[in-house]
Design a protein around this ligand. Structure first.
Ligand code: VG1
Ligand code: CO
Length: 560
């Protein structure tokens, strides 16, 4: 075996490599700049310090454009940094939840996830790089801050230029290289096997299979993202679904077919239309590009909000074998998520946590065995089986619950609302605004919210009046390591329990995206349309923030 030598390549820093809510996300063309990807990957290894030597790292991504080039750089940089082994999905493909699972079951040092998640792909769109720690979860703020600091000072990266990566990750198998006198191993694995086994451990596949063949008619939409191969293996091969009728868009495409691989009513419209048009469908579901998000629809495209989905699953965990075996610890949701799960936690006597936006904030609570189930309004649901949200897991959880209760999706929701009341929720996104306007809006709003006299003020619209109880900028103290996350969103809490939340997105790749979250609760009046119920609060939010004046936008780009 030819002996390979590492070299040190001089480089100059970029000043924009700050990871956001979940990793570094930029346009592909930004990552393609000379040394841009290399600098960031080396900065990850630099931040790991002495843990890199002899480390084992999982590498995988959602199949988007630039994945293979990025992996080629990662292999050459890892080899030069004395990593002992990389575990890479075949063709570089592994869903985000499956990376988390692989890190945990192989007890690796960590993982590098190559995805911009729900952002569009292709040469003119987005790419992303994220580091996950040994617990399988996205690196916490202290680690990503360190990566950013190091990226601003980087002077060189290590590289093995002669290591041939061409064709290396296309076939399953193990290749060993000699680099600087040490062994460096690249193990290429089946992208789905570990994950399928995990799901079989968690759920009763026998019962779900019976349901799917009843026939309970499902339509699972992979939106041309990474989940295609997982869906075919799990829903078609294992659970007996019909490949022509029950699954769609399962071919992973570099540009996701030119669409946003984002499972919501706007971007998964083709699923909504199909489930509406064909009333034989009992459940529709879609996933995002990297497979960690999910959307659940019932018959006639009856929409389940992610906040309700979380609450329903929380209320029915006993029919899922994993929870029967391991017990149910606490529940959590991100701050902007509507509070439906809070009431379930209260009734069941479970501990409950409200965390900032981003899955990384759930990890410590799970590691400390205080959290079993959590979710975000942004179509994320998951449990402590891994440390990422998990789209396929959420659909399997729903199918297990439907089989157990022998009720339709809509019946389950109606029963839930009868018991707990209903949270109405909507999110308005104003994507790619000009940065200055968005920042000025947030600054002006924050000074208003925190000024004396704001509490107690009344706001009215369409005949409804709301009185302010609290106005603040959300900050969070991690109950486990006491780390503090500040500036996590401006909140206005009204006396009747309704809420407005304003945040700037941390996942966009250009400009600023303003998110407005509106949430209110009705004890009994739950048959109404969410957008009607929330209209007065939306008006108040727009007026209070002077959003149109600051951003120049008179309508959101997406409503969820
Ligand atoms: C968004 C969502 C957040 C989610 C994050 C990553 O972040 O609001 O809830 O955790 O995306 O999801 P932001 O900062 O843009 O609001 V995924 O599926 O992109 O990794
Ligand atoms: Co995602």
């Amino acid at each position: 075996m030819a002996e390979l030598k590492s070299i040190s390549v001089p480089t100059t820093p970029f000043d924009d490599q700050k990871p956001g809510t979940s990793g570094l996300r930029k346009k592909v063309k930004v990552f393609q700049q000379n040394h841009y990807t290399e600098n960031f990957v080396q900065s990850i290894f630099n931040a790991l310090g002495c843990k890199v030597k002899n480390s084992v790292i999982v590498v995988g991504g959602d199949g988007r454009y630039y994945l293979k080039e990025a992996i080629s750089h990662i292999i050459k940089i890892a080899a030069a940094n004395q990593v002992s082994k990389l575990i890479i999905g075949q063709n570089g493909i592994i869903s985000t939840p499956a990376v988390s699972s692989l890190i945990r079951s192989n007890k690796t040092t960590g993982g590098i996830v190559l995805t911009a998640s729900h952002n569009p792909g292709g040469i003119n769109n987005d790419f992303g790089i994220k580091y996950n720690c040994e617990n399988g979860g996205p690196a916490p703020d202290n680690v990503t801050n360190e990566i950013f600091e190091l990226s601003k000072k980087i002077k060189e990266f290590k590289y093995v230029p002669d290591l041939k990566t061409c064709g290396l990750i296309e076939t399953i198998g193990v290749t060993t290289f000699k680099v600087d006198g040490r062994d460096f191993v690249v193990e290429v694995i089946d992208s789905v096997e570990n994950y399928v086994n995990l799901m079989k451990d968690i759920f009763d596949f026998g019962k779900i299979k019976k349901l799917v063949n009843q026939p309970f008619n499902i339509l699972i939409d992979s939106m041309h993202g990474v989940t295609g191969r997982y869906v075919e293996r799990i829903f078609v091969e294992e659970l007996g679904a019909d490949v022509n009728k029950n699954v769609t868009h399962t071919e992973t495409l570099e540009d996701f077919g030119g669409e946003h691989p984002d499972p919501n009513l706007t971007y998964a419209k083709s699923l909504v239309d199909k489930v509406k048009a064909d009333t034989s469908y009992d459940l529709g579901a879609a996933f995002d590009g990297d497979g960690d998000r999910n959307m659940i629809l019932g018959k006639n495209a009856f929409f389940v909000t992610p906040s309700d989905s979380l609450a329903v699953i929380a209320n029915n965990l006993e029919c899922i074998p994993y929870f029967k075996k391991n017990g149910v610890k606490g529940f959590a949701r991100s701050m902007p998520t509507a509070g439906a799960v809070d009431r379930v936690a209260q009734k069941l006597g479970k501990e409950f946590f409200e965390t900032p936006t981003g899955w990384k904030y759930f990890g410590n609570l799970m590691d400390a065995e205080r959290l079993s189930l959590c979710g975000e309004e942004s179509f994320g649901t998951g449990s402590d089986h891994i440390r990422e949200k998990d789209g396929i897991w959420a659909v399997l959880a729903w199918l297990q619950i439907i089989e157990h209760k022998n009720m339709s999706v809509e019946e389950i929701l109606n029963e839930h609302w009868c018991q707990y009341g209903r949270n109405f929720f909507t999110r308005y996104d104003y994507e790619e605004c000009e940065g200055k306007g968005a920042n000025d809006m947030m600054a002006t709003l924050e000074s208003m919210l925190t000024s004396s006299g704001f509490v107690g003020r009344e706001f009215s619209s369409l005949g409804k009046t709301y009185k302010v109880k609290v106005g603040d900028n959300f900050s969070y103290v991690d109950p486990i390591d006491k780390s503090v996350a500040k500036n996590q969103g401006l909140r206005v809490l009204f006396e009747d329990g309704s809420r407005l939340v304003f945040r700037l997105s941390g996942t966009g790749s250009s400009g600023a995206t303003v998110r407005l979250y509106v949430d209110s609760y009705e004890q009994s009046n739950f048959k109404n349309d969410a957008q009607d119920i929330l209209k007065p609060l939306v008006n108040i939010a727009l007026e209070m923030s002077q959003l149109q004046k600051f951003t120049g936008r008179d309508a959101p780009t997406v409503i969820t």
